[in-house]
Design a protein around this ligand. Sequence first.
Ligand code: NDP
Length: 279
Amino acid sequence: MDYRFALIGYPIGHSLSPWIHQQFLAKTNLTGLYTLEEMEPNQFERNFATVKSKNYSGFNVTLPFKQTIIPFLDGLDSHAKAIGAVNTVKNDQGNLIGYNTDGIGYLRSLESAYPNLIENKDKRVLILGAGGAARAIYYALSHGGFQTIDIANRSLDNAQKLVSIKASETTTRILSLLEAEQELSTYDLIIQTTSIGMKPNVNEMPMPLTNVKHTAIISDIIYQPIWTKFLKAGAIKGVNLHFGHTMLLYQAQYAFEIWTGNKPLMNDMETKLKQLLEG
Ligand code: NDP
């Protein structure tokens, strides 16, 4: 069978997804093609009808359509439903089913780098940011059993909106970025999900790491650049680091698995993607 995958979004000219999924096809000895379906936001309904008629095996969805697409699908898995956003669609015999692989992808990438952490669900977690990616990660960590997950965000209202999707065993406090900075020494895992520090604003970071404890893990989901100012500050403090390009790979791995039933091995992928991103 020749698989046909696509990415829907705008703009997507620089997307790494075609490269990642072509690697996965080769690794799993499958054949297929991954193409870009860039579409203007103001014509979504008409453009999506065209994409649908092409009968793709599956496709990824990125900004600005992760929520727009939901009414056009035939069903949603539990993660996508709770998160309220779709980044992967599977064509199941003509039925389009929406998934969100960001949260599970993040967990897998964390587990790959720090296998013991996932076993210790009493570790204290702080998420910086409350946007779409934070929502997916918060859902996955909370329903994955983590008991303390606090959220710090510029807008406290936006942070408060996340709390309704948590598992009942998880406790969450909403903090300002300043409060979080003052309490930084109490956290074992600090996950940076805001867009602060993303290209071209590479000299910015959400807060200094003066108060971080030396055993903590600093995780930044930004992957352009791979070495954000936040991670560089973590390296100077000598803490453990977790990189955004690994989340990008593992969310793609889970999407590929949903489409094909095959889980590609990741052995050399992190190094290859790192080389690609660092040009
Ligand atoms: P959203 O636009 O949904 O959320 C942005 C978040 O950043 C909000 O919490 C927002 O706060 C905060 N923020 C933005 N600018 C500032 C600022 N100047 N000061 C303080 N807070 C700010 O974005 P996403 O969640 O979709 O993406 C966030 C980042 O994660 C991006 O850099 C994206 O590239 C990356 N990402 C990486 C993935 C990976 O696979 N590695 C996957 C998905 C995203 P507020 O609520 O107050 O506006």
